[in-house]
Structures are given as structure tokens and as C-alpha cells.
Design a protein. Structure first.
Lengths: 316, 276
């Protein structure tokens, strides 16, 4: 669209007071967010935070219990099928058909969207190339590795050329190398202008892929912003991690408290000290006569943001 | 974020949704792609099933029965009496087998339903598409059976041309409600109960292997109420040529009603199961 309108962000999804209850259990508790065209938007939170329930509502397969939800200008209950025609969904659990070949999986899926065989064949070649599975095109799905299956699921979700790609925990269960391949492909999609919504409980995934994210806990949104904003708002530039012998940790924590750091968190196996300058504080720790077993000064991450917001770690 | 400073995607951009038939056919085609891998094995069971039944029940047991006179069977040889009924029972079983475990598997095993619900197919399309495929399989099995009946000279009337549609209707009358039920299951155990305490007694006591007049009078109304009895009576009448339109209309009406109830229930149960 030419002119000034092109500069105004287009809202593809708008949720207001979005709520999902299962009986007396409230999985999603009145959340508000907006998704703009072209951005990668993340839901970061531990298992059970309500991320998957939110994704199912966005995928128009779970009617909201309360609140407003508009997706691509439509109502997910009334216009579900028409909206889904424009979505791509990568579910948390693979739903590939193991008894079919890689190519047949894309064929079946493309046919669901009413695409012609020729178009599906063309897109299949492009998509398999994109997810680096061209050599496995005519192999059965079953023996593929977890990473390959996940990439195939991503390819399948793109067969209808979706405007929004919804990914629920896209790299959970993959080994580190396979995760990096998936991240690389998702990053390329983002660069091509595909709008991404993803959930994750990996803070590195959120930092790498998300332009903007919300931190979710117990069905609520605890904070929203870019990864950098969130770190600036809820953490210090640096974190000093100290480990002590288990029987000395409590005493050490008390002594460190006396040094009045900006903030300190004691976890099961270490003490995290939030300071602008970690090294400087480490000198003070040593000057106070403490000798940690190990010490590490690092930059703050979303993990620290999460710890600050919820008092818990992301993966326990 | 001020609402006034943003463009909200225009509702007009929505594509027009194809009709329900088109969407059901899309779901059906998925099963065809799968079936391409397994049709060979299924053809053998379609061929051997009728041969085993007709051989054992019709000719094996029949030779014994016929020695004692067949007046209670309407004066026809046992094989002629039992063959159309076995066709009906066979159709019931193919209706059940295509609507139970594959439906359960669509949720729990190969997750075809879960994959399909993320597309533009609605639960009711997924249901109807699968039912279309079940209908195709029921029809293939029934057609095979009818061909054998014809080849063995067991079809005694021109009414026999309606044997195929009648037995398909019977199979679908079972498949539609059973699929509607199977989709709601969390474990597979109840499906085994349906076979053990449902289809087996139905097959034994619906006038399939012996006329209902052999049963105590008080139990007969129970048999008349079962869908299989209506299918058996319909197929037998078509095969022997003693069709009375009133009775046929009742049989067909009963089976159509059962199918309709199934279709109504399935559109609801699939929705509830797939949209959580």
C-alpha cells in the first residue's frame, strides 16, 4: 500500500482480556497483546504458563472463554476456517504422517488448503530446499531425525504461503545442533517478512528470534518489551555468579548481603549478584574474606528477567 | 499503543470459504493418499472374507442344516438363506472397523485429525471426509461380496441390484454414529467392548444364521429393534425377491434415521473433541 499508511504498523492480531478456562482451572488469565505485521513475537514462560493454550486460541482451534481476539481482521470462532487458510501452524508435538513420504506429507497438507497438484509440487521443491530436506523428499518420514521432522513440519506449515506462522516450542526436544539449524531457518523466514509468533521456554531462543516478547507466568503477562528493553528494565547490565561449598553458602549469602548489592538471588547451587559492574563487586567479595569455589561475571539475560519477575527459573 | 495509530487487517481480505462438500472431499482425499499404501492387503481381506463366510456357514453348516429340512427358512437351501444375511453382517463389521480404530488413531496414533484441524478444514469436514472414506471401503467390501453371491448363483431375484446400496447403507448406519462416539474416547478399551458385547451378539441374534422365529417370543422385539436385523431383513428380501414395499421402507427408513442421528452427533462430538 503506497503513501503514509505503509509506514503505520499493521496489526494482524489483537487480544484484549483473552481468557481460557478449563473447568475451574484458568490456563490463560485475561491477557492483552498486539501482533504487528513482519515482527517476530514471542511468549516466554515455563511449562504450564498458558503459552500453548494461547497458541491454540491463535490457531483458531480453541474458542476463547472470555475476552476479545481478532486475527487477520476476523473472529477466530466465526471465521476460523478462513483465518486458518492464512495461518501456518507448527505444533509442539509432531503431527506428521509417518506412513507417508516427506513429499506426500506436503501433498496431503497442500490439498487440505485446496491447492492444485502443480502448485504444491513447485512449492514442495522450494520448501524442501529451504529446510534442507531435498535429498529426503521421497523417503518415509518415520526414520527422519527429530530435527529433520521439525524442519519438515515447518516446511509443511508454509505450504499455503501463510501470513502468520505460529510455532509452539519450535526447538523443544532437539539437540543443540539441530536447534541452531531450526533457528537459522526461522531467522531467514523473519528476514523474508514472514510474521512469526512463537512460544519458548528457552531464553536464548527468545533472545535470538524475537523482536518483541511477553513474559508469561500462571496465565498472565508479567512483562512486555524487546529483549533488550526487558533486560534493561528488570535486570542489571551484569550478573556475578558465585558458587560456594553447600554448607558455606548460607553464611556467604549473609556476608554478601552486608555488602548491599543492588540485588542478590540465592538459588539452589549458586548466588546471583545483580550489579552494573560485576568485577568490581567481586573484588569487594574477596576483600570481605570470602573465597568462592567458582566465579563468573556475565551479561544479564532474559533468564534473569524471568527470575526477577517470578522468583523462579525458566527450566526447573 | 494507541488504537488509532494502527491499521487493523481488513476483514474484506478473507478468502471465500469453499462449500462443505468441497471441504469434506479434501479431507477424504487425504485418506486416499494413505490408502494407496495399504490397498493391496485390504483387497485380500475383501476377497477372502466372503469366501470364508460363504464356505463355512453357507456350504459347510448348510449341508448339515439342509438334511433336516428348511421349511422354517422359507424352503430355500441354508446357503441361500444365510448368504444375504452374512453380507449384511459383513457390512456392519466393515462399518465398525472403518469407524472405530482409524477414528481413534486420528486423534491418538497417526494424529491425522490433529494435523488437519490446523488447516482450513473444520471438525465437521474432517468427520465427513473420514466417513466418505469409510463409505468407500464399505462399498468395496460389499461389492466384492455381492459379486461372489452372484457368481455362486445365490441372488434369486432382480431386486438383487439393490443389494449393494442396501448393504452400504447398513454399513454407513453403523459407521456414522460409531465414528461420532469413537472420536470422544481417551482409551481404546471401549472399542473392544463394542466388538465383544455389541457386534458379536448382534451378528448372532439378528436373524443372521437362523430365523428369529427360533428365538423365544419375548426376546424377538429386542432383535427387531437392532439395526442389523433391519439390514439382514432388507438384504434377504432383496436377494430372495420377496420384497414388500412397506417393510422395505421401514428398514431403509430406520437405517437412514440412524445415519442421520450419527451425522448430527458427529458434527458435535468432533467439534468438542478437536476444538478444546
Amino acid at each position: 500500500m503506497p503513501g503514509i499508511l505503509a509506514l503505520v504498523p499493521e496489526v494482524l492480531v489483537r487480544a484484549q482480556g483473552l481468557t481460557k478456562r478449563f473447568g475451574s482451572f484458568t490456563a490463560v488469565d485475561g491477557i492483552d497483546f498486539e501482533l504487528q505485521a513482519g515482527e517476530a513475537f514471542g511468549f516466554l514462560g515455563p511449562n504450564g504458563a498458558g503459552k500453548s493454550s494461547t497458541m491454540r486460541m491463535l490457531g483458531c482451534v480453541s474458542p476463547p472463554t472470555a475476552g476479545n481476539l481478532t486475527i487477520l481482521g476476523g473472529d477466530p470462532v466465526r471465521d476460523g476456517a478462513a483465518i486458518r487458510a492464512r495461518l501456518g501452524v507448527v505444533p509442539q508435538e509432531d503431527t506428521l504422517d509417518n506412513e507417508l513420504t516427506v513429499r506426500e506429507n506436503l501433498l496431503v497438507y497442500g490439498r487440505y488448503f485446496g491447492l492444485g497438484r502443480k502448485l504444491i509440487a513447485e512449492r514442495t521443491d522450494q520448501l524442501l530446499d529451504f529446510v534442507q530436506l531435498t535429498e529426503r523428499a521421497d523417503d518415509m518420514v518415520d526414520p527422519l531425525s527429530g530435527g529433520m521432522k521439525r524442519r519438515l513440519t515447518i516446511a509443511r506449515s508454509l505450504i499455503n504461503d501463510p501470513e502468520i506462522l505460529i510455532l509452539d516450542e519450535p526447538t523443544t526436544g532437539l539437540d543443540p545442533q539441530a536447534r541452531h539449524v531450526v533457528w537459522d531457518r526461522l531467522f531467514r523466514l523473519k528476514q523474508r517478512g514472514v510474521t512469526l509468533i512463537l512460544t519458548t521456554h528457552y531464553m536464548d531462543e527468545a533472545e535470538q528470534l524475537c523482536d518483541r516478547l511477553v513474559v508469561m507466568d500462571h496465565g498472565k503477562i508479567a512483562a512486555e518489551g524487546t529483549p533488550r528493553e526487558l533486560i534493561a528494565r528488570y535486570s542489571t547490565p551484569e550478573v556475578l555468579e558465585l558458587r560456594f561449598a553447600p554448607d558455606e553458602q548460607d553464611a556467604a549469602a549473609e556476608k554478601i548481603n552486608d555488602l548491599s548489592p543492588e540485588r542478590a538471588e540465592v538459588t539452589a547451587d549458586r548466588i546471583l549478584i545483580y550489579e552494573a559492574d560485576g568485577d568490581k563487586f567481586l573484588e569487594r567479595v574477596r576483600a570481605a574474606g570470602l573465597t568462592p569455589l567458582t566465579e563468573l561475571v556475565r551479561r544479564s539475560s532474559l533468564e534473569d528477567v524471568f527470575l526477577r519477575l517470578t522468583g523462579r527459573t525458566l527450566i526447573d | 499503543m494507541a488504537a488509532t495509530s494502527v491499521r487493523v487487517a481488513a476483514p474484506g481480505a478473507r478468502p471465500k470459504l469453499p462449500g462443505p462438500l468441497e471441504l469434506s472431499i479434501r479431507a477424504f482425499r487425504c485418506w486416499l493418499v494413505m490408502y494407496r499404501r495399504t490397498w493391496r492387503a485390504s483387497i485380500w481381506s475383501s476377497i477372502l472374507g466372503p469366501l470364508f463366510y460363504l464356505g463355512a456357514m453357507g456350504y459347510g453348516l448348510g449341508s448339515l442344516v439342509d438334511k433336516h429340512g428348511t421349511a422354517s427358512l422359507g424352503g430355500v437351501p441354508y446357503v441361500v438363506f444365510v448368504a444375504p444375511a452374512v453380507l449384511a453382517a459383513h457390512s456392519m463389521n466393515s462399518g465398525l472397523s472403518n469407524a472405530m480404530f482409524p477414528v481413534f488413531g486420528g486423534i491418538h496414533w497417526n494424529k491425522i485429525y490433529i494435523a488437519a484441524r490446523a488447516t482450513m478444514l473444520r471438525p465437521v469436514d474432517i468427520y465427513r471426509g473420514h466417513l466418505l472414506f469409510a463409505t468407500m471401503r464399505i462399498a468395496m467390501n460389499a461389492a466384492c461380496f455381492v459379486v461372489f453371491l452372484g457368481a455362486f448363483g445365490l441372488i434369486k431375484s432382480w431386486w438383487g441390484v439393490f443389494l449393494l446400496p442396501a448393504s452400504v447403507l447398513l454399513g454407513v448406519a453403523f459407521a456414522a454414529p460409531i465414528a461420532a462416539w469413537a472420536v470422544t474416547l481417551r482409551t481404546q478399551t471401549p472399542m473392544n467392548y463394542v466388538i465383544r458385547f455389541g457386534s458379536l451378539p448382534l451378528m448372532l441374534f439378528s436373524g443372521t444364521f437362523f430365523p428369529l422365529s427360533q428365538l423365544p417370543a419375548w426376546i424377538r422385539p429386542l432383535a427387531y429393534a437392532t439395526p442389523l436385523w433391519h439390514g439382514v431383513a432388507l438384504c434377504r428380501a432383496l436377494c430372495l425377491g420377496n420384497v414388500t414395499l412397506g417393510a422395505a421402507a421401514i428398514h431403509v427408513g430406520y437405517l437412514v434415521a440412524l445415519t442421520a442421528v450419527g451425522l448430527w452427533a458427529g458434527s458435535r462430538t468432533y467439534y468438542r473433541r478437536l476444538y478444546v
